[in-house]
Design a protein around this ligand. Sequence first.
Ligand SMILES: Cc1cc2nc3c(=O)[nH]c(=O)nc-3n(C[C@H](O)[C@H](O)[C@H](O)COP(=O)(O)O)c2cc1C
Length: 207
Amino acid sequence: MDVIEAMNSCRAIRYFTNDPISDEVLDGLIHAATRAPNPGNSQGWDFVIITDTAIKSALSESIAAVIGSVVKGMEDAVGGADNMEPVESRMLGGALNLASTLADVPAIILVCGRAVYPVAAPNEMMVWSALYPAAQNILLAARAQGIGSCFTTFHGMCEPQLRDLLNIPEDVHIAAFIPLGYPDTDKVNFGPLARKPVEDVIHRNGW
Ligand SMILES: Cc1cc2nc3c(=O)[nH]c(=O)nc-3n(C[C@H](O)[C@H](O)[C@H](O)COP(=O)(O)O)c2cc1C
């Protein structure tokens, strides 16, 4: 698939079928991630692939224990669920579904990394600047193969358990928690993205 077509249709997918993703395809997604630009080509990244049902199930339980209050906080911030924008409301519904079905999601990739750049004085900001492009490459490479994904910060809701279950060292930062699977097309599918028109955000030769 043409990369522009992949970008144009790479919706956040939060509903998946149970069809597995092969190790070969998952490894290919990590290959794509590691083609991303990164500071000084320091490549301070690591990727954890989670396919084990017991681990996914434990993470699902940890996230389920807190996601309700996170959603409530977002609703309260706008004066209640009824005041929420429909787009945001749909996003939260999808996120709640994702959290509760995580054990059945075929695979999750954690995009992680250490502060390694600049070598003389490693800087945490450089970690994120390496890991976010890598995460985007995963989303696009998945999309190109008909695999749905969603950039999430679910790790923030289960970080102690994640580190414990997966032996992730304390000095390794986690930037993204990416669930992957073939889209459940009864509920969601790839398609055009709702974004501002480019003319609203372009500044030609000045602001
Ligand atoms: C930094 C970042 C954090 C995000 N965190 C979450 C998340 O925790 N849960 C979730 O369901 N989606 C999350 N998303 C996905 C966005 O909600 C999604 O990209 C946005 O709503 C636009 O949807 P679309 O890409 O389908 O058009 C995140 C995206 C980014 C870039």
